[in-house]
Design a protein around this ligand. Structure first.
Ligand code: HEM
Length: 165
C-alpha cells in the first residue's frame, strides 16, 4: 500500500510534468503567433497602400493567424489551471503580489482582448466586399492585437523571443 507522502510526491511530480509541458507548448506557439501576425499585418499594409487586390495568399495568412491565436488561447486557458503563478483561491493576496497578479489577471485579460480584436477583424475582413476594406480591417484589428500581445509579453518580463525555462 502506498502511503500519503508517496502519493503526494507522485501527484506533485505529475502536476509539474504537465505544467512544464504546457508552458513549453504555450511558449513555443507564441513564435508562430507573432510571425504570422507580423506577416498578415505587413501584407495588409502593402495591399492597402499599394492598392493591391486581396488574393488567396491574403485569405490564407489571415486565416492561419486567426487559428494560431485561437490555439494559443486554448493552451493558455489549460495552462492557467496548472501554473503555480496563478492564484484565485485568495484574490486579495494575489492582487498584492505583482507577479501573481500579472499571471492571474493581467496576462489573460490582455490576451483575451487581443483574441477578440483578431476574431472581429477577421470577420470584418471576410464580410468586406472590396479589397481596400478587407486590407483595412486586417491592418487595424490585427495591428492593434499584435501591439497588445507584444505589450503583454513585455510587461511580463519574459523575453518576446526566447525561453524562460
Ligand atoms: C495570443 C495569446 C497569448 C500569447 C501570445 C501568450 C504568450 C505567453 C508567453 C510568451 C508566456 C511566457 C512563456 C514563457 O515564460 O516561456 C505565457 C505564459 C502564460 N500564459 Fe499566455 N499567452 C496568450 C494567451 C493566454 C491566455 C488567454 C491565458 C489564460 C487564460 C494565458 C495564460 C498563461 C499562463 C498561465 C502562463 C504561464 C505563467 C507561468 O506559470 O509562468 N495565456 N503566455
Amino acid at each position: 500500500m502506498i502511503d500519503h507522502i508517496e502519493f503526494l510526491r507522485y501527484f506533485g511530480y505529475k502536476l509539474l510534468t504537465m505544467y512544464k509541458f504546457l508552458l513549453g507548448l504555450h511558449s513555443g506557439i507564441r513564435y508562430i503567433v507573432i510571425i504570422l501576425f507580423s506577416l498578415a499585418l505587413i501584407m495588409a499594409l502593402i495591399g492597402l497602400f499599394g492598392r493591391k487586390s486581396s488574393n488567396e495568399f491574403h485569405r490564407k495568412i489571415n486565416l492561419y493567424s486567426l487559428i494560431s491565436a485561437h490555439v494559443q488561447l486554448l493552451t493558455g486557458l489549460i495552462l492557467y489551471f496548472y501554473s503555480p503563478n496563478v492564484m484565485f483561491s485568495n484574490m486579495g493576496a494575489a492582487m498584492k503580489d505583482p507577479i501573481i497578479r500579472y499571471w492571474t489577471v493581467e496576462h489573460s485579460a490582455m490576451m483575451i482582448f487581443a483574441v477578440i480584436l483578431i476574431t472581429v477583424g477577421h470577420s470584418r475582413s471576410k464580410k468586406a466586399i472590396d479589397s481596400v476594406n478587407k486590407h483595412r480591417a486586417i491592418a487595424l484589428y490585427y495591428g492593434l492585437a499584435l501591439l497588445v500581445i507584444l505589450l503583454a509579453i513585455y510587461q511580463s518580463g519574459r523575453p518576446i523571443f526566447g525561453s524562460s525555462m
